[in-house]
Write a protein that binds this ligand. Structure first.
Ligand code: ADP
Ligand code: MG
Length: 396
């Protein structure tokens, strides 16, 4: 689960990690009031769940960028007014952009240098791993590709946790000295604490800055949390902004379905995560691409299947559907009922290939074939994959 920059910065404050003074605003008057209170030069920052806001701009006006330094409250007000309610497009959003509902107004810092700090769980080593670089402010993917030696990595053994040694090594690696290095080391220790205590899956500060005065401060805050651990953190759940999430993924999530949007054109409805993975693989194997991963789960009800079907069909990229069900706990007749109800409700007008196997398969087939729906039965997975590709006129 992602949160906004201003929420991440509040968490940073709670952990003693320095961030600029600032407040959130939902309209131009509030923005102006905050700017006045802060005084002097401030920064107006669009709050959306995507990075690259500084280079991004409104889809409706290319001159309006997502992050802007302004000299007074009047300019803060007009930039906030220009951003609010408009869709901001960055290299991380969809082309239609993401609507700006709030702006963060914060004090402008005097930047001497911009650094990069990232933290992820490294699955190879099972350790929370820091990745830091002097190349802050730019895309870290680009640094990784062109100057990999400029990224310093440090894994932290969960048994011992972070020590002063780790923190100093990172700070010195960034070329810091004296009190600047001390401040940074403290920040790294607090970041590790936050990451573990709140079950984060990613923390990224780009940029972490050194000010003219040699102080260290987080100017940006990107935090993701492990959804499987959210039950332990009601305070984090409260920060959720459903408007920022993929509509289809959110609806699926609320219905208890495991759904992930993908780029292909074959919608998949499958029960069981393993079978869903195998289905995506076999679609790739026959030269096509899945539009989604969808696991309706072991105990799927007809109602859930109906929802799943609607979610798949709401994706305009989907040109054919492959239903691949192995009846175990979920019985084939139940799934078949759901498919028929959904297909009739939405007026299915694209090819539907169905492979059913397992518990109550005969009853399931009877329901499907007797439904009057135009569907293509398949004998096994490979047959199903070939048929769905053939229904689109051959491999993509
Ligand atoms: P994004 O990563 O989405 O583009 P950032 O928060 O990193 O957004 O802001 C982009 C750039 O704007 C930063 O790299 C920094 O140069 C500048 N900036 C952001 N916040 C401030 C601030 N409080 N004071 C001065 N400059 C800032
Ligand atoms: Mg940034």
């Amino acid at each position: 689960m992602k949160i906004h920059e201003y929420q991440g910065k509040q968490l940073f404050r709670n952990y003693g990690i320095p961030v600029p003074d600032g407040e959130i605003a939902s309209n131009a008057e509030e923005a102006s009031a905050v700017a006045q209170k802060l005084g002097g030069t401030v920064v107006v920052k669009a709050q959306i769940h995507a990075g690259g806001r500084g280079k991004g701009h409104l889809t409706t006006n290319e001159d309006i960028r997502g992050v802007k330094v302004v000299n007074d409250a009047e300019s803060a007000k007009s930039h906030a007014a220009a951003l609010l309610g408009q869709p901001l497009r960055t290299h991380q959003t969809a082309t239609e952009g993401q609507k700006v509902k709030k702006v963060l107004i914060e004090k402008a810092s005097n930047i001497a240098s911009e650094l990069y700090v990232g933290m992820v769980l490294d699955r190879e080593t099972s350790q929370v791993t820091f990745m830091v670089s002097t190349e802050g402010g730019m895309d870290i993917e680009e640094v990784a590709a062109t100057q990999p030696e400029k990224i310093i990595r440090q894994g932290i053994d969960p048994a011992t946790g972070i020590s002063g040694f780790h923190a100093r090594k990172l700070a010195y690696g960034l070329g810091m000295e004296g009190t600047t290095a001390k401040q940074a080391a403290k920040i790294f220790i607090q970041l590790y604490k936050l990451f573990v205590e709140k079950d984060a899956s990613l923390v990224e500060i780009n940029p972490l800055i050194i000010t003219d005065a040699g102080d260290v401060m987080a100017l940006d805050a990107k935090l993701n949390f492990d959804t499987n651990a959210l039950y332990k953190h009601p305070d984090i759940v409260e920060l959720r902004d459903a408007d920022e999430e993929d509509d289809k993924e959110r609806i699926a999530n609320d219905a208890g379905l495991n759904y992930v949007s993908l780029d292909g054109n074959i919608g998949c409805l499958v029960n069981g995560a393993g079978l869903a993975m195998a289905t995506m693989d076999i679609i790739k194997h026959v030269g096509a691409a899945p539009a989604n991963f969808l696991d309706v789960g072991g105990g799927a009800t007809a109602e859930q299947v109906t929802k799943a079907f609607k979610i798949i069909l709401s994706d305009p990229n989907v040109k054919a559907i492959l239903v691949n069900i192995f009846g175990g706990i979920a019985k084939c007749d139940v799934i078949a009922d759901g498919v028929v109800v959904a297909a009739k409700e939405v007026g299915l007008d694209i090819p539907l290939v169905v492979r059913l196997e397992g518990t109550n398969v005969e009853a399931g087939k009877k329901i499907l074939y007797g439904s009057g729906l135009e569907l293509i039965p398949a004998d096994d997975m490979l047959d199903a994959a070939n048929k769905v590709v053939a229904s689109l006129g051959g491999a993509a």
